[in-house]
Design a protein around this ligand. Structure first.
Ligand code: UDP
Length: 254
């Protein structure tokens, strides 16, 4: 099959031109990076798992009325998405202290936050994705106040839903990162959830043992990274019970 035209290559995904105007193909790589690319590696099978996990979560969110860019999964590593104009923000939602919040504010990892906290980071690799306030976002025109109202409402709704979904399979949703895009339909614009939701951009801890089941295993050289991603997929009911060897053949992934 003729290879589609590549439009963009990021750290963990590649975007190709889609089959119809207004669509793109999102390809999930096994490449892993941390610290804005300072640490690089490969997590074998990660792309396949993230494609499936993100598909599953986007579909569940669609069912409760959250608009997303997801159209359908095409194969093991690719999904068809709507082309959107990405808002240059990383929207982080936190339920439990971890990572940069713990480091900056001295709050021990694992402390349950008094309420969910939203943070915004300006998506700009050369600036190291600096944290920004809503004031910067609206003043510099990255998003309007109306956009921000929608983003806050969507992010909190997504958080409530995903927190329950993960808790139902014995996983604490500690924090996660979202990206939103503008979808134009004739003259109308609406904001939709874009990018991916996967153990690459969520902190997921076993609800009983607090064992980490996400990219922190890679960031912190904890080992058993693939296994952790697989376990998340298995608990979500995406992989059959059988375990690690499931990743070898395409038949089990269909
Ligand atoms: N995150 C992400 N991409 C980034 C930065 C953070 O997906 O560029 C996610 C990360 O996986 C975590 C949450 O956002 O689930 C909060 O990350 P934090 O600010 O604690 O930063 P980190 O510890 O990853 O530097």
């Amino acid at each position: 099959m003729a290879r589609r035209r590549q439009l963009y290559e990021g750290k963990a995904k590649i975007l190709f031109e889609g089959p119809e105007p207004g669509t793109l193909v999102q390809y999930f790589k096994d490449d892993a990076t941390a610290g804005n690319g300072a640490k690089k590696g490969i997590i074998t099978g990660k792309g396949v798992l993230n494609n499936r996990i993100s598909e599953h979560l986007m579909l569940r969110l669609h069912e409760i009325g959250v608009p997303t860019h997801f159209v359908r999964r095409l194969n093991m590593r690719e999904q068809l998405i709507r082309e959107v104009e990405i808002i240059p923000l990383e929207v982080v939602v936190r339920n439990v202290a971890a990572g940069s919040l713990s480091k900056r504010l001295g709050i021990p990892e694992g402390t349950r936050l008094p309420r969910s906290i939203l943070e915004y980071y300006y998506k700009n690799d050369s600036l190291n994705d600096p944290m920004v306030a809503e004031e910067h976002i609206t003043a510099f025109g990255w998003a309007s106040t109306a956009d921000m109202d929608d983003i806050v409402a969507l992010a909190l709704r997504i958080n409530d839903f995903l927190t329950g979904l993960f808790l139902g399979v014995g996983i604490t949703l500690v924090d996660f990162k979202l990206e939103f895009g503008r979808l134009w339909e004739n003259e109308d614009m609406r904001l939709v959830l874009a990018d991916e939701i996967s153990p690459d951009n969520c902190r997921l801890w076993d609800a009983k043992t607090s064992e980490k089941m996400d990219k922190d295993r890679f960031r912190r050289d904890m080992g058993r990274v693939e296994e952790a991603y697989q376990e998340v997929a298995r608990r979500l009911g995406i992989l059959p019970e059988a375990g690690n060897s499931d990743m070898k053949g395409p038949e089990v992934m269909q």
